[in-house]
Design a protein around this ligand. Sequence first.
Ligand SMILES: [Zn+2]
Length: 97
Amino acid sequence: MGRKNRRREEEVRPLGPGYSSRTVESHPDGDWVVQKVTGSASTKAYRCPGCDQEIRPATPHTVAFRSDDPQGVEHRRHWHTPCWAARDRRGPRTGRY
Ligand SMILES: [Zn+2]
């Protein structure tokens, strides 16, 4: 029984209405697919990995996942947009605050 060599659709589907088109950002730890979510598309509360606080429903925020992760969409994380923007500045050392 040979596995069919099925072609993977590489096109990135939008996650749903209210999600903007994706952009790929280069970060020190790799390339990340980043997508902005409008408040109206945000119907659940999420835990922001940047500050460990809740992102409340209807809050515009940022979704990001590693672009080299084949299951990236499933592993995506929801971030407060400022927390995502500050991510690169958060290192193992905290010198800034
Ligand atoms: Zn946050």
